[in-house]
Design a binder for this molecule. Structure first.
Ligand code: C2O
Ligand code: CU
Ligand code: CU
Length: 532
């Protein structure tokens, strides 16, 4: 079983340091190989070869159809394999795809109907240029999955293996996403394309009259850099992050979307490895935020700009009714600190209003959305303790309270950062004392409410159920969480470059009445597949 955790195959960096075998320069080698030294940005394709912003048509990701429905369970089958596709017009790029699509197919789940999703790893034994083994682990981000189905980073599926994930879909409606979480290679696997949206729908929400169907649109925003050949370029800035000069929406560079004169719901996901956005509409109009990471807000919030960091989702409604056909409204990016910006990274996509006929139903936003979500109503006085999580750079690595995922591996997965008791409520305080970077912190399993940023109220548009919290430079952000479920779950920075090197640790929800399920209790199995 040793290979499932990777310990024998991967020399612990810390052990090497402890043994004093190599110099720091030698330790840095694998990363330099990834970045191809200093020359990476010089191999970048010329800007003149990129498509003009707002010239490529917008597309929606496909929707996953179940291969079988039986006994109230939906079965999906998703193959992870390389894909050669045209991202930049006239060039071919190799990506890693879920069922031949980047982003992968949107899974549309219904509250109360479990899904079993089989993920089959048909990736090569070795990444063609980065020379790592693309083992995978699939995480449903935003779901309260059991530990063995949560994409535990070391519960890997190697090329030639598959694993069935069971997701119960008991949560309230929300926009989730599923993405790769293989330990120390999450950034590479996600950058290669292993990410997609997952919509948990609740028929009870239909009465709200929010835009649905064609007017409920996923926007997966990512960034990338390309070699002159058209292949992806992995430009690495000392483990601080990976930034591209091309902004992609649903895999298309700065696309233009034709919109009818009515309201649309956009489920906006920042799926970038490192880039954060501060986005707005260039005509100065407000957007109406209706949902945050973990579901509908108590009531809608109008805002002009949204700070949007890695892993966060904002569900917004934009109303195009007032604009004459031909109006073009750009979604632009004012950027946040600590991004590497390029000529066109201030642009995201374009909406072009057309006079097409449209379905006028479900074209409203009520004043009250989800006022009764316990995440938002649980009083702070219920908290039984406050825990502090320091995000820091230590000994050349990103850490949480000085700890890394390698420490978790080295402990035989016994080390835990916190052991909250099932059913209790706690205040968690994320602290970033260091200047120079921000950390979007994500704890699995739990939905949280932001209580304060440096003692002040959160931004109005983040007063909703959340699971990923940006912790800016010199910020202390306090959140309130109630711990349902039980077992071990990861906490990490969602700048996946930080996550991989190695700002990830774990907590364990302890239920005195039950033994916790082991994250390794449903290991991947070798192909060929058994019937699903
Ligand atoms: Cu979206 Cu642990 O990740
Ligand atoms: Cu998650
Ligand atoms: Cu970080």
């Amino acid at each position: 079983m040793a290979d499932r955790v990777g310990r024998p195959a991967f020399l612990s960096r810390r052990d090497v340091v402890r043994a004093g075998v190599f110099t720091g320069a030698a330790l840095a080698l694998p990363l330099q190989r990834w970045a191809s030294g200093q020359s990476s940005t010089s191999r970048r394709i010329g800007e003149a070869k990129l498509p003009a912003p707002y010239s490529v048509p917008f597309v929606r990701p496909p929707v996953s159809t179940p291969v079988r429905v039986a006994d109230g369970v939906e079965y999906h089958r998703i193959v992870m394999a390389p894909l050669q596709t045209e991202v930049l017009p006239g060039y071919r790029t190799t990506l890693y795809a879920y069922n031949g699509s980047v982003p992968g197919p949107t899974i549309r789940a219904t509250r109360g109907t479990p899904i079993v999703a089989r993920f089959i790893n048909r990736l090569p034994l070795m990444h063609a240029t980065l020379k790592y083994e693309p083992y995978t682990s699939v995480h449903l981000h935003g779901g309260a999955s059991l530990p063995q189905y949560d994409g535990y980073a070391s519960d890997i599926t190697r090329p030639g293996q598959y694993k069935d994930y069971r997701w119960e879909n008991k949560e309230r409606s929300r926009t989730l996403w599923y993405h790769d979480h293989g330990f120390h290679h999450t950034a590479q696997n996600v950058y290669m394309g292993l990410a997609a949206q997952y919509h948990l729908l609740d028929p009870n929400d239909a009465a709200l009259g929010l835009p649905t169907g064609d007017y409920d649109v996923p926007l997966v925003i990512t960034d990338a850099m390309f070699e002159r050949s058209g292949e992806l370029l992995f430009s690495l800035e000392n483990e601080k992050g990976l930034w591209g000069d091309v902004v992609l929406v649903n895999g298309r560079p700065w696309p233009v979307m034709r919109v009818a004169r009515r309201k649309y719901r956009f489920r906006v996901l920042n799926g970038c490895v490192s880039r954060s956005f501060h986005w707005f509409l260039d005509n100065g109009a407000d957007v109406t935020v209706i949902g945050t990471d973990a579901g509908l807000m108590p009531s809608p919030v109008r805002t002009r700009r949204i700070r949007h960091t890695n892993g966060e989702r904002y569900d917004v409604v934009i109303d195009f009714a007032a604009y004459p056909a031909g109006t073009r409204i750009a979604m632009r990016n004012a950027s946040l600190k600590y991004n590497d910006d390029y000529t066109h990274t201030d642009k995201i996509m374009m909406f072009e209003v057309v006079d097409d006929a449209f379905d006028p139903s479900n074209n409203s936003v009520p004043d009250v959305l989800a006022p009764d979500n316990p995440v938002m109503t649980t009083p702070v006085s219920r908290s039984v303790r406050t825990r502090n999580f320091r995000t820091e750079r230590q000994g050349g690595e990103w850490t949480v309270n000085g700890n890394t995922w390698q420490d978790v591996i080295d402990s035989g997965f016994r080390f835990t950062e916190a052991r909250p008791v099932h059913g209790t409520t706690e205040i968690w305080e994320y602290q970033n004392n260091s200047g120079g970077w921000a950390h979007p912190m994500h704890a699995h399993l739990i939905d949280v409410r932001i209580l304060s940023r440096n003692g002040r109220p959160p931004y109005p548009y983040e007063v909703g159920p959340k699971d990923t919290i940006n912790v800016g430079e010199n910020e202390v952000v306090r959140v309130l969480a109630t711990f349902d479920g039980c077992g071990k779950y990861m906490i990490h920075c969602h700048n996946t470059m930080h996550e991989d090197h190695d700002m990830m640790t774990q907590f364990e929800v302890v239920d005195p009445a039950h033994a916790a399920p082991d994250p390794f209790s449903a290991p991947a199995v070798p192909l060929p597949e058994l019937p699903l």
